[in-house]
Design a protein around this ligand. Sequence first.
Ligand code: UTP
Length: 300
Amino acid sequence: MAIDLAVVPVAGIGTRLLPATKSQPKEMLPVGRKPIVQYVVEELAQSGIKRLLFITGASKTSIENHFDINAELIQYLRETGREEQLAALDFERQDVQYFYTRQRRPLGLGHAVLCARPLIMRQDFVVALGDSIIGLHAQSRVVEQMVELFENDRDVKVVVAFEEVPREHVARYGIARPKGAVDDVFELEDVIEKPTVEEAPSNLAVAARYVFAPEIFDALERTAPDRRGEIQLTDAISLLLREGARGLGVRLPPSERRYDIGNFASYFEAFVEFALADPDYGPGLRQHIERLLSEGTTQC
Ligand code: UTP
């Protein structure tokens, strides 16, 4: 795999998760045993990414600390006879180099990606949203597949992952307008940011993983801010496609759900699902939840 560079935007304010996100990044909230962004980084590392550029913002320094090697903690665990805990820190030694730059004002996801331009210049690259996990325990290889498709056809300028969503939810996402029949891989004619149910050309929602040629930066420069003053990545992709660039969509298999930790409903669902799948604590938690539900002692 020649593309070994990923941009991970983590500079959003996370207002929908306040107060949990007041002084800590939403990307550092735990889902099961790990912070969300650790799943994202592990997924990218197992897909062949070796250079990772975080687009960070104010109050996001804990992300940098998380991926650094904490020699003091390792020494402490050794000295206090807790060697068995060291395995939990193995991710620190992944074969990935980390880079950081700041989006100084939260002007939208598209603007966050544009902040990478001076460093990326003319390289092809992956974008993976730092608040979205793909597949239970992030075992997905979709990025590897997307990069392969991109590299096998030099006409392709953008590859986007999509997930099928219930029709009534299309207004929450960027939605694909496929060209022709939809298979696991399909030609992309356009993407529409948050269409109404009536307008939506499909129920395929953009799913937090992308591969781009550097032409996306020109499209982002020319993309007008939306009514909230934010530059949307979906609008720039749409511009690129409407100007004739070739794009492909990759449909996530049903076994690789996208966990978008954007609000409390999706956060709670993801946490419970990952905790129930925990090999040590899942079975006990399942019994606990079943007991709570059968006793009717909760407001469930
Ligand atoms: P969201 O669209 O969920 O926005 O970001 P947000 O600002 O984090 O959250 P709300 O809407 O205020 O609740 C999707 C991903 O894009 C990043 C976020 O950090 C998240 O990983 N992002 C978003 C940026 O890096 N910069 C931005 O200006 C917006």
